[in-house]
Each structure stands twice: as structure tokens, then as C-alpha cells.
Design a protein around this ligand. Structure first.
Ligand SMILES: Cc1ncc(COP(=O)(O)O)c(C=O)c1O
Length: 432
């Protein structure tokens, strides 16, 4: 099965004209006259492009950009995502385990991740926007799909079209949804989101009792979930966690009979009082560490490899890249790789004479990234390598021990940012 993010119509290369039968005239060659010296130049006949080579097993090829021409390839290990989901589900049991697949499944590909997890038994998915819900619906026709950002004014009908459930976070949305359901006799579900401390989206706690009464008085209210969201679950000792759990326990009592959900990935690693009926992991599915102090219990999911464009020797004292921020302390061998900040490879991962940056793996050895990361390129110091490197070979930027958490540290950001920024110029492969 192939998963395409965008189908590109590729023109087949024009084949070279067939050789004329013996005795017939050669086809005419094209001549051009350059303006510099006026001497006519004969162009050779076009050369037929090599036919595309089959991709190596056991990977499945995404049909985004052909492997042969890209500067980087991104492999998403769907079996690791399934393993991670099962690990989280067994930790949260008897609560159900959903999957958060917003932002293109955190950069890992919404369709392949959704269909993989649906096949593994995940029946509830969360996205942020309706457009994502449409994609999730196509990938998981029987799943329950919640849209976290709720109903934009006038958009209720679009939820009904794909049987997606809005996560309602204010009274205006609730009024609009109720009106739509009444006028169109729509019986589809929705979630009520209560704010227990994040102060982002969500109905105020003070409204919970009256809303619970209103819901109970409506025979077909369609409220299938009450939920809230942790602000500090990644800091297990933060006092807000216990306060949010207590407040949400009150809500659950008021909405007896309706499923309740509070925990994200890190929330699953708090104690079981955080689990309620349904947990909503995102980042941990994609291999990032949901626990601060412990060894990462998740399997790595993403591997990013950049193509080596050229290697060069530079003398001691030469500088590398824009701003000349990195200076060779010895005669150095450097490799230039076809990945830059336009591919989501953050500029802070670069380095200068004053500051170490990130690393890449070449021939199994970690080598420092040197100078500034530019839009489409980065440089690596490969002086320590004993073997030659070759144009076209791959350098590992994520994978072979470099995880999203380590890269986030180099980039001075968070693992979510590393994953969701992953660019769109890669050849993508989903490994099953
Ligand atoms: C409401 C809500 N629930 C769950 C999640 C998943 O969180 P995480 O990726 O930390 O597991 C998110 C992510 O931002 C969210 O906004």
C-alpha cells in the first residue's frame, strides 16, 4: 500500500530518438549561435534519462518526491508507533487510549498513522481542525473523531458531513451546536471541554453544574465526552496537576454517565487518578520521552537522513558558512549536506567558535555540525572519520541514537517543535 501526501504528476523523460534505419539520412542536429563570438555550436542529441530504480525493500515508498532526486529522506516507523500506542494503552488501562493526530500526526503523516493505529485497535482520534478531521475520516472510516479547536462560526454542518465531533469550549459554540442539531435533527456526538487551569480553551468550572443540568434535561443531548487538559503534566510535582485532577473529578460526578478524559502523554505517567475513562496521547506516540526524569519508554519513530553533496578539505583558520562563525582549528575535512532550516532543521543546531551545536552520524560516528545552518544546506566536520565519504551518500540527522528530545535540546526548543516542523521536501517512507 502506498501513502501519498500529495500526488505529483511527473512527466516521463523524453526518450532519445530511435536510430534511423541503415541508408536513411541522420535526423538534423540543432545549432545555436552564441552571442559572444558568433561561432556556431552544435548541440548533441538529447540523452535519455535512466529509468527510475525500484526502491529497496522492506520500506514502503511515499509517492511524494522521488528518492533519487531529494536532499533528504524521512522514514516513519509505523510499527514503532503501534508499539508506543500499545505501551501507553496498557499503562492507562482500564481507561481507553485514543491518539492525537493533529498537525499531520506531529509531522509523521496523518493518513498512515491514523490507519495504522485504527488497524491496531485505536477507535478514537483527536485533531485540531476540520480539514484534518476529513483526512482522518478517510483513513479511519469507523473511528470517533474529535476536533479540539471546536466549531468555527457557521461550520456545524461540516462536522455532520463527516460525522466529526466538535470539542465545545465556550457557550457560543454550544448554542450554535444545539441549534444545528435541533434544526437538522443531527444526532452526532460532541465533547464539552472544561478549563481546569490552563486558561486557554474551555468552559469555566463555574458553568459546569448548570450545563450538567441542561444536558441531563435534553434526552438526545449527544454529549459523548467531557474533557479538560493538563497545563503541567510534564512536571509531575507541579501543584497544578493535583488541583486539575480534583476539579475534573467534580466535573465527572456532575456528568455521571458521560465518558471523561484529562490525560495527555505526560499525564499517563502521573498516577492512575489522572487517567479517567480515556487518555489522549500525542507526542509519546511519535517516540518523544513523556517522562522528564526517566529513560524514554517509547520507541524512536522518525529517522531523517540528508544527502551528502560534497566533501572538501579546508586549511586551518578557514571559516565555514554565513557569518564566518566557525573557524577550523586544524586542517579539516568537511561535508556539506542538503538539509537546511527550510526543511525544519533549526538554525540553533548550528555552531560557532563560541558555542557547540548539534551532531550528525556519518559512517556510524557522531560528527559535529559546524557554522550556521543555511536554508538548504548544513556543514559537518568529518575530520575524525577514517574512511572516505562519497557524494550522494546519506548522513543521519535523526536516528542512530539521535532522538527528537536530544535534537530539541540542540535547537533550544521542545520535541513537539522538532517534529511538527519537519519539512515537505523529503522523500517520505512509512515502514510497516
Ligand atoms: C487538548 C489536547 N489533548 C491532548 C494533546 C496531546 O498532548 P501530548 O502531545 O502532550 O500527548 C494535546 C496536544 O497539544 C491537546 O492540545
Amino acid at each position: 500500500m502506498l501513502f501519498g501526501r500529495r500526488k505529483l504528476k511527473t512527466k516521463r523523460p523524453t526518450p532519445a530518438p530511435p536510430a534511423p534505419p541503415p541508408g536513411e539520412a541522420e535526423p538534423p542536429t540543432v545549432t545555436i549561435t552564441p552571442s559572444s563570438d558568433g561561432a556556431p555550436v552544435t548541440t548533441p542529441p538529447p540523452i535519455a534519462a535512466e529509468p527510475a530504480r525500484p526502491l529497496p525493500p522492506p520500506f514502503m515508498a511515499g509517492d511524494t518526491l522521488p528518492a533519487a532526486e531529494v536532499g533528504a529522506d524521512l522514514t516513519v516507523d509505523c510499527t514503532a508507533v503501534t508499539h508506543n500506542w500499545r505501551t501507553l494503552a496498557s499503562r492507562a488501562a482500564p481507561a481507553d487510549c485514543a491518539a492525537v493526530v493533529k498537525a499531520d500526526a506531529y509531522g509523521c503523516g496523518l493518513e498512515p498513522i491514523t490507519s495504522t493505529l485504527a488497524a491496531a485497535g485505536c477507535s478514537t482520534f483527536f485533531v485540531a481542525q476540520l480539514a484534518e478531521a476529513r483526512r482522518a475520516r478517510a483513513a479511519a472510516p469507523a473511528a470517533v473523531i474529535y476536533v479540539l479547536n471546536g466549531i468555527a462560526p457557521g461550520s456545524a454542518q461540516y462536522f455532520a458531513e463527516i460525522d466529526a465531533r466538535p470539542v465545545i469550549g465556550n457557550l457560543g459554540e454550544l448554542t450554535e451546536w444545539d441549534a444545528f442539531r435541533t434544526v437538522h435533527s443531527w444526532r452526532g456526538g460532541a465533547a464539552l471541554h472544561f478549563d481546569t487551569g490552563m486558561n486557554r480553551l474551555g468552559l469555566p468550572m463555574e458553568e459546569a453544574a448548570s450545563l450538567a443540568g441542561r444536558v441531563r434535561s435534553m434526552p438526545n443531548h449527544g454529549i459523548s465526552l467531557v474533557m479538560s487538559h493538563f497545563a503541567c503534566a510534564d512536571e509531575p510535582k507541579h501543584p497544578l496537576n493535583q488541583k486539575q485532577i480534583r476539579d475534573f473529578q467534580e466535573i465527572r460526578v456532575m456528568f455521571r454517565g458521560v465518558a471523561a478524559s484529562l490525560a495527555n502523554s505526560a499525564g499517563i505517567f502521573l498516577d492512575s487518578s489522572a487517567h479517567f475513562d480515556l487518555v489522549r496521547p500525542g507526542i509519546a506516540l511519535y517516540g518523544a520521552n513523556p517522562t522528564v526524569a526517566n529513560v524514554n519508554p517509547m520507541r524512536p519513530v522518525v529517522e531523517l537522513r540528508g544527502r551528502l553533496l560534497q566533501a572538501r578539505i579546508i586549511p586551518e583558520g578557514a571559516t565555514v558558512g554565513y557569518g564566518a562563525t566557525w573557524t577550523a582549528k586544524r586542517v579539516s575535512r568537511i561535508a556539506i549536506v542538503a538539509v537546511g532550516y527550510a526543511d525544519g532543521f533549526s538554525r540553533p543546531i548550528g555552531s560557532s567558535d563560541a558555542r557547540r551545536g548539534g551532531e550528525a552520524v556519518v559512517h556510524g560516528k557522531r560528527c559535529p555540525i559546524i557554522g550556521r545552518v543555511s536554508m538548504d544546506l548544513l556543514a559537518i566536520d568529518i575530520t575524525e572519520l577514517t574512511k572516505d565519504v562519497h557524494r550522494g551518500e546519506w548522513v543521519t540527522l535523526l536516528g542512530e541514537g539521535i532522538g527528537v528530545d536530544e535534537m530539541a535540546g540542540w535547537a533550544r526548543t521542545i520535541n513537539y517543535d522538532v517534529l511538527t516542523r519537519l519539512g515537505h521536501r523529503f522523500h517520505r517512507v512509512w515502514k510497516r
